[in-house]
Design a protein. Structure first.
Length: 417
């Protein structure tokens, strides 16, 4: 089997995901994606006619984010028309899955040069989704429009799921706020030290004017005392009907777990930030890299995807990590950097506890609580962050995983070259 290598990792800064407030909120989704693709081309002097495919994740596939953004963004970036493009959706896990698919094609010998990544503009998704809801065309939770599915696998609001898991695991709000403050502290240190500079590009308009050149979301002055004053964010959803005439989001969880008393504790300070952003990973075979003078930065060691309980939705990262470690023939002690998306603080806290990990190795540069979570872009961002951190510290292996709606998690292990 051929080896698949990471040549480069590129991402935009993350803009606040609120229409009219965030710097990226007026950018077309294809333009945002094209900014990353153009940077990958220019940084690596690519002949884009030789790009076998652009595999692009988009979770909010509606309105301007519908259609095949992978193909359209490549064309918008000025790629040769021979470069193919496809768009996929595994919700939050989309761009890890895109990377896994791209690497698998190279390892099979069918492709030599692939760009994988993803994009979501949450400012637009939330704005457009609200308009659809007002028109009576949307709303509800996962599977809410399918009573047959909800009867088999009730799926709730993700924030309510996070609160349910915390209750089941005996994890307190204070535990989670400690993690949230630490995420902000680590992100602030990383930004000050320029740890993200190698991967982050500046987003510009067609005239070359700067749209965004820095992270908009972090709140480095966050304190435990400040977080303790915040109101739970998902209390309103607990007793809200998931669909017209349907069960509430709380009842959907209690349908499967009747003894769980869900206490709302997650709030904006211990949940992932709503932001806009895009990110891409350049993958190549060893033969192509050698022939064209591309210097590999990391080798893809192992990849996996796994499903878990869709009702609790957020617990798949632990079994995904165990599965990919087994495929790689490694143990947890071999991993120098763990990147686990901070969708909600409970996801990372449970991950650390279940695997008995050294906290210093998990999200060492901060995570989505501090920096934001542009859904389908986040996985590629985490891969790039893990790679940058391996190079900064001299580490060898990194494992990247994240929960995805529907109770899923992709995972990947990379080795620094």
């Amino acid at each position: 089997m051929a080896e698949a290598y990471i040549i480069d990792a590129v991402r935009t800064p993350r803009g606040i995901g609120k229409m009219g407030k965030g710097a990226l909120s007026q950018v077309h989704p294809e333009h945002l994606s094209a900014s990353v693709l153009a940077a990958i081309r220019d940084r690596n002097n690519l002949n884009t006619a030789e790009v076998d495919d652009v595999i692009w994740g988009v979770s909010g596939q509606l309105g301007l984010q519908a259609g095949d953004i992978g193909r359209n963004a490549a064309l918008d970036a000025g790629y040769d028309i021979k470069a193919g493009g496809v768009t996929l959706n595994r919700f939050c896990g989309s761009s890890i899955t895109a990377t896994n698919f791209g690497a698998a094609m190279i390892m099979s010998g069918m492709h030599d040069l692939v760009i994988a990544g993803g994009m979501d503009m949450m400012s637009y998704v939330n704005y457009y989704g609200a308009k659809m809801h007002e028109a009576g065309l949307g709303g509800g939770g996962m599977g809410a429009g399918n009573p047959r599915l909800q009867a088999k696998h009730p799926q709730s609001n993700q924030g309510v799921c996070a609160d349910a898991i915390a209750a089941m695991e005996g994890i307190t709000r204070e535990d989670l706020e400690e993690l949230g403050v630490e995420s902000q502290r680590r992100a602030a240190v990383s930004l000050k030290e320029g740890r993200f500079d190698k991967s982050t590009i500046t987003v510009k308009d067609d005239d070359g004017n700067v749209i965004l050149d820095h992270e908009e979301y972090p709140r480095p002055d966050t304190t435990k005392e400040g977080l303790a004053q915040l109101k739970p964010a998902f209390e309103m959803f607990l007793n809200m009907p998931s669909s017209k005439g349907g069960k509430t989001f709380g009842e959907l969880i209690n349908q499967k777990y009747p003894d769980v008393e869900i206490k709302p504790i997650h709030h904006v300070g211990i949940s992932s930030g709503v932001v806009d952003g895009a990110a891409g990973i350049l993958l190549a075979s060893k033969e192509y890299a050698d022939k064209h003078g591309l210097k590999p930065r990391a080798r893809i060691v192992a990849m996996t995807e796994i499903g878990d309980d869709p009702t609790l939705m957020l617990n798949a990262p632990v079994p995904a990590a165990k599965k990919v470690l087994e495929k790689a023939g490694l143990t947890k002690d071999d991993i120098d950097v763990w990147e686990v998306n901070e969708a909600f603080a409970v996801v990372v806290e449970k991950f650390i506890r279940d695997l008995d990990l050294d906290r210093a190795k998990v999200n060492p540069c901060g995570g989505s609580i501090a920096l934001g979570h542009p859904i389908a872009a986040t996985g590629a961002i985490l891969i790039g962050t893990a790679l940058d951190e391996l190079e900064r510290t001299g580490g060898r292996y990194a494992l990247i995983t994240m929960c995805a709606a529907g109770g899923m998690a992709p995972a990947i292990i990379i080795e620094r070259v």
